[in-house]
Design a protein around this ligand. Structure first.
Ligand SMILES: Cc1ncc(COP(=O)(O)O)c(C=O)c1O
Length: 433
């Protein structure tokens, strides 16, 4: 049991404190498990295991407290904690930049570090706009997909979908050309809308920003690599820069290291965070082409890239990211684990489909999602807290997006764990529906 909500001054994200249950107090984590503090009448009574079936908001890749990452961070902590990143550099950041360039296929030659997914996308947008401005052909329009989510800062809210998340702030956002999400069967509508924006604003579209293959916070909506490739080709034909927001999809979530690989192209700007450090420490990265870097490369100081974060390139975060990438390279069969999760999800999807009370069951790599047929669909659906509580009472952390239940486990999850998660979904649905 956690402390009474009235005694904590903490303000939690995406939480309506007036009606939310008390926050669950976590003391430690290991692998796929969170360990919750258990108290009865204020007296400690052991701990409660919870399977982290959403990878703690999609950040944990190899598992909580991976020993290799712990070791790397410990080593780094004894050498260099933090240093200003303007005019100074260090080995973990230099190595990370090389690693990221190599892992994305060498087209992206420069790496700008920041501290979150939102900042990684903000940086990409600012780079895209600056690129056109400094090249002497200013372009001002940004295209994005309806229903996208790119973060909660004003720039990222602007390119995100106009949803309940950001409604209050809409009057303060900048204008963006949103095109319909390419839902299965409706792709032609998306292509037509994209073509129209590209034609209507010829030579004025700076960039197209998108979550490749999988819109996450927008409801775990998936679309195919072919559709992504077509949209990318259409933009390229108009010289529009491609900004891939791989903050959530990156590092294996959709089955490959990066989702864009499945569509067989490398974007002009790629945003990373979440799984970059294996989920161990905060870090953002924006990778860009040499052309974009060169647009800012000038004897004129006013053309430098004006963006910084105090903790950008933090040595501990970089050390964690390098250790995580090393796990991908040699220590463990990460890809096998991802493939096994995808296979288990595919089998579970067939079983879920037999229930009859679920719609739109979809999978992309390690992500399996389904919608509950309820009258009040959407993020604020009343069914969400009931499901959430039921999952937790069964020792499983699943946090539905309204009436959308999704599973996105860390790669160390066992087959037994996955069966428990699928079973928890069935039990919760039986209870709640
Ligand atoms: C696709 C995508 N982009 C950006 C972000 C923002 O990342 P952060 O919460 O680290 O700022 C998120 C967060 O969920 C995301 O899913």
């Amino acid at each position: 049991m956690s402390k009474a909500k009235s005694t904590s001054p903490l303000w939690h994200p995406y939480t309506q404190h007036a009606i939310a249950p008390d926050s669950i107090h976590i003391d430690r984590a290991a692998g796929a498990y969170l360990f919750a503090r258990n108290e009865v009448n204020g007296v400690p009574k052991g701990e409660r295991r919870i399977i982290d079936a959403i990878s703690s908001w999609w950040v944990i890749t190899h598992g909580h407290c991976h020993p290799d990452i712990i070791h790397a961070v410990q080593q780094q902590a004894g050498a260099l904690d933090q240093v200003i990143f303007a005019g100074f550099t260090h080995e973990p950041a230099e190595r990370l930049a090389e690693n990221l360039i190599a892992v994305t296929g060498d087209r992206l030659e420069h790496v700008f570090l920041s501290d979150s997914g939102s900042t990684a996308v903000e940086v990409a947008l600012k780079m895209a706009i600056g690129y056109w401005e400094h090249s002497g052909h200013p372009r001002r329009k940004i295209i994005a997909l309806e229903g996208g989510y790119h973060g909660d800062t004003f720039g990222t809210m602007s390119v995100g979908g106009r949803s309940v998340y950001h409604k209050l702030y809409e009057p303060y956002m900048f204008e963006v050309e949103h095109i319909p999400f390419p839902a299965t069967g409706c792709e032609a509508e998306t292509f037509a809308a994209l073509e129209k924006v590209l034609d209507d604003h010829k030579d004025d579209v700076a960039a197209f920003v998108f979550e490749p293959l999988l819109q996450a916070a927008g409801g775990m909506r998936v679309y195919s690599p072919d559709v992504l490739k077509t949209m990318a080709d259409m933009c390229r034909a108009h010289g529009v820069l491609l900004i891939a927001d791989e903050v959530m999809t990156g590092f294996g979530r959709t089955g490959t290291m990066f989702a864009c690989q499945q569509a067989d192209f490398v974007p002009d700007l790629m945003c990373m965070s979440k799984g970059l450090t294996g989920g161990f420490l905060p870090l953002g990265a924006t990778l860009c082409t040499k052309d974009i870097y060169n647009a800012f490369y000038h004897k004129d100081k006013a053309k430098m890239f004006f963006h910084s974060s105090s903790f950008m390139g933090n040595p501990l975060s970089c050390a964690a990211a390098n250790a995580s990438l090393r796990i991908w390279e040699d220590d463990e069969a990460v890809q096998d684990k991802i493939d096994n999760i995808a296979k288990a999800h595919a089998e579970a999807a067939v079983c879920f489909a037999r229930r009859g009370d679920l719609t739109n069951i979809r999978q992309k790599g390690t992500m399996l999602a389904m919608d509950l047929a309820v009258e009040d669909g959407g993020y604020l659906s009343d069914i969400q807290p009931k499901l959430y509580e039921s999952f937790l009472s069964q020792g499983v952390l699943l946090r539905p997006l309204g009436n959308t239940v999704y599973i996105l486990p860390p790669y160390c999850v066992s087959a037994d764990n996955l069966d428990m998660v699928y079973n928890a979904v069935n039990v919760a649905l039986d209870d709640v529906l």
